[in-house]
Design a protein around this ligand. Structure first.
Ligand SMILES: C[S@@+](CC[C@H](N)C(=O)[O-])C[C@H]1O[C@@H](n2cnc3c(N)ncnc32)[C@H](O)[C@@H]1O
Length: 314
């Protein structure tokens, strides 16, 4: 993707380290090393408004590899498109807990021949991901989900993923960083593009549980020039569309199949929902493409039961 922003000798946009970046703030909050003064300053404001923020980010980060393990084991998926992948600098902490820290680690833990492509619009994330992962069956792409058609048609995607086989798209804590129109367009394009047997895993910050603190976060990010759109459950549901979800449906992130994850912060600190939706057998097959994925998603409660508001379901 081309950018018209002036770049420095580092290849990063002018003044890049003087402005806070979401990926670096999350790394700071979870004990990683790749962050700068601007990130720490904004993180300080965020934490004063929402003292649970570190727990929220931790829950989300630890959910990622767990969701990948479920996608690989239950749906047999071996190809992963990790959108808005973030900085990989909190790996060591996950390793201390003997959990897979990365999409790639979790995927090959189930199927050794798995492939992953990491995508982010942050040039620093792109550079570090490409550098750190070059010896694995992974690729990295700098692209923006607000230009979803360009992203999905990029040769790096087609060089890495076989579009005739099921693909799992991860959109973990990604959609809140774009406006409603971009989020809706991206989700619709993904559902249209994915072959049968595929799945989309999302986590999405919500205004439902502590609207006042969330509104302060929105304001702090806005002052820093960053769009932040945590959404109510109903809006997140409508972004998911009509594909059936895996059990337990759309639930607070810390209640979605925690499996062997130990010592997770309180589920009340999720402040976000998680779901995996699965592509029905009849999705597009495009010209010459044979649907080869798992027959039907595993059966579970009816969709209406799965997407209940937290009062009924959590
Ligand atoms: C909160 S982090 C989530 C990181 C990781 N997915 C996780 O769950 O821990 C959001 C990531 O999305 C990236 N991002 C934000 N807006 C984006 C966009 N329009 N296109 C692609 N990536 C974007 C940010 O750079 C950041 O790395």
């Amino acid at each position: 993707m081309n950018t018209t922003t002036q770049t420095t000798h580092t290849g990063l946009p002018e003044g890049w380290f003087l402005r806070p970046a979401v990926a670096r703030i999350n790394t700071f909050l979870t004990g990683g090393t790749d962050h700068y003064k601007a990130d720490r300053q904004l993180a300080g404001h965020l934490l004063r408004s929402a003292p649970w923020l570190t727990d929220m980010v931790t829950i989300n980060q630890r959910h990622g590899p767990q969701a990948v393990t479920v996608l690989a084991r239950e749906l047999g998926i071996t190809q992963f498109l990790d959108l808005g992948c973030g900085l990989p600098s909190s790996w060591s902490r996950a390793h201390e807990r003997h959990e897979p820290a990365l999409t790639y680690e979790a995927a090959v833990g189930v199927h050794a021949a798995s492939r992953v492509i990491y995508v982010d619009n942050d040039p620093m994330v792109f550079a570090l991901t490409r550098f750190l992962l070059e010896e694995t069956a992974t690729a990295a792409l700098r692209a923006d989900i607000r230009q979803i058609d360009e992203l999905l048609n990029h040769h790096e995607i087609h060089d890495t993923l076989d579009p005739s086989q099921p693909i799992a798209v991860l959109a973990h804590d990604l959609l809140p960083w774009v406006d409603d129109e971009a989020a809706t367009t991206a989700m619709a394009a993904l559902r249209d593009w994915l072959p049968a047997g595929s799945a989309i895993s999302i986590t999405h910050a919500s205004t439902d549980t502590d609207p006042q603190a969330m509104n302060s976060l929105i304001d702090h990010y806005a002052k820093a020039g960053i769009t932040y759109r945590p959404r109510p459950l109903k809006q997140i549901q409508s972004l998911l569309g009509t594909w059936p979800p895996l059990p337990p449906g759309l639930v607070p992130t810390a209640q979605w199949r925690t499996g062997s994850i130990r010592c997770l912060p309180s589920a009340a600190h999720s402040h976000a929902y998680a779901a995996v939706i699965t592509c029905p057998r009849t999705n597009r097959p495009s010209a010459g493409q044979q649907p080869t994925g798992p027959a039907d998603p595993p059966s579970g409660p009816a969709r209406g039961d799965l997407l209940n508001p937290p009062d009924d379901d959590a």
